[in-house]
Design a protein around this ligand. Structure first.
Ligand SMILES: NC(=O)c1ccc[n+]([C@@H]2O[C@H](COP(=O)([O-])OP(=O)(O)OC[C@H]3O[C@@H](n4cnc5c(N)ncnc54)[C@H](O)[C@@H]3O)[C@@H](O)[C@H]2O)c1
Length: 378
């Protein structure tokens, strides 16, 4: 449509109080509204000129934990989407080589208040993606205070620095561990009952964020990830945790472990081993970019599960890996581990219908293939 014609339509709509109906064959066919009228009708500033022009290239975001496994992937996707990224990471579990060259990397801890003040006064961040955390369940049982401090108290410190700088948008990495045992599909409204300090510390952090949303004008999206796994094709990102099942399956495939320890084969599942929800890391990363756009719509606190919505048992993962990479994965049945639930699988319908994200990468074969491509070389 040429600009002159469009301008005439806009002027006409404005002169008629912000809107008009166009007829076709004597029947109403199309409504033309000015943006102001549209926003008024929707009772929200769904579209603003400044948002549209600011999106992408000119926006700077902070990613805490950007040297980690998920953070490293997220940062690369943000850069591809045109964002300028600053990474804050203390490298406690993260790796410097996981951080994309195109970022500004700041090595430091969330507890360093002077560093945070400098960081926020030297940069105008559109939002913060807060992934930095400790996440080993067994360690959290041994050192609950470390988890309280690193995951909850330092989240508070980050929010305080954000508030002082006037940056009030946050996207937070939470976990399925906030729900506790639940054999049905787990939705966002399922009971919150963490059964280890890791899950409890993340739930506390969620509640602190909610407080900032309710009382200090913050907007937040909280993502509860299930088991993030797999790698982007051709990536240089390396794994940061050795306790995860798929990592251990790969170690057996490489011959670096004699067999896969299967903790319990007497669970009430179809093959007796525990069932989990494995979601590809790219299906974890992409919804974050959609969430950032959602945060434009004013103060909010919204929670989404990120899971595949499908369960795979430990035996199924090992057998699929054996087939896909053509290696023998011997298994050894060991006693159950304390605190392991039989089944943990997400209901991901809110992610799909509420946020509009359809998963693309989370089939088990793809997860195993992309994991093998990386782990066989390290
Ligand atoms: N990996 C999963 O399957 C999974 C599942 C659910 C939730 N999560 C959440 O996703 C996030 C990222 O997990 P990941 O698997 O990438 O783990 P990761 O260990 O690779 O990443 C965490 C990063 O945070 C950094 N960090 C930790 N404490 C810090 C601090 N005080 N200051 C600065 N940096 C700090 C670490 O060095 C590391 O780079 C975490 O918040 C975790 O709880 C992960």
């Amino acid at each position: 449509m040429d600009n002159q014609y469009l301008l005439e339509l806009i002027n006409e709509a404005s002169s008629r109080g912000g809107g008009m109906v166009l007829n076709l064959d004597g029947e109403p066919a199309v409504v033309v509204l000015t943006v102001e009228r549209y926003n008024l009708l929707m009772q929200k500033d769904l579209i603003t000129k400044s948002q549209e022009s600011k999106r992408g290239k000119n926006q700077k975001v902070l990613v805490t934990g950007g040297a980690g496994y998920i953070g490293g992937h997220l940062v690369k996707e943000l850069i591809k989407a045109g964002y300028e990224v600053v990474v804050l990471d203390n490298l406690s579990t993260g790796r410097r080589e996981n951080v994309d060259e195109a970022t500004t990397f700041v090595e430091g801890d969330l507890a360093d208040e002077n560093l945070l003040t400098d960081l926020f006064s030297n940069n105008e961040f559109e939002a913060v993606f807060h992934l930095a955390a400790s996440l080993e369940v067994e360690e959290s049982v041994r050192e609950p205070q470390k988890y309280l401090e690193n995951n909850a108290i330092k989240t508070f410190k980050l929010l305080k620095a954000m508030d002082e700088a006037g940056c009030r948008k946050i996207i937070f990495s939470s976990t399925a561990a906030v729900y506790g045992p639940n054999e049905n599909l787990i939705a966002e409204i399922s009971p919150l009952k963490p059964n280890n300090p890791y899950g409890a510390s993340k739930l506390l952090a969620e509640r602190i964020i909610k407080y900032f949303c309710e009382h200090m004008g913050f907007s937040a999206v909280v993502f509860r990830y299930f088991n993030a796994c797999g790698f982007a094709p051709g990536t240089n990102i390396v794994p940061t945790h050795q306790s995860h099942l798929i990592y251990n399956v790969m170690m057996v495939a490489k011959g670096e472990q004699p067999n896969l320890q299967v903790f319990g084969k007497d669970y009430n599942t179809f093959d007796g081993t525990c069932v989990r929800d494995y979601v590809h890391v790219l299906d974890v990363a992409y919804p974050h970019i959609l969430a950032l756009e959602k945060l434009d719509f004013g103060p909010m606190f919204e929670v989404y599960n990120i899971g595949s919505g499908k369960g795979s048992s430990v035996e199924q993962v090992a057998n699929t890996a054996a087939e896909v990479i053509n290696k023998i994965i011997p298994m050894e049945i060991a006693p159950r581990r304390a605190g392991d639930a039989a089944i943990t699988v997400s209901d991901n319908s809110k992610l799909r219908t509420g946020l509009g994200y359809e998963l693309k990468y989370s089939n088990l074969e793809n997860i195993i293939n992309t994991s093998w491509e990386v782990i066989k070389n390290i």
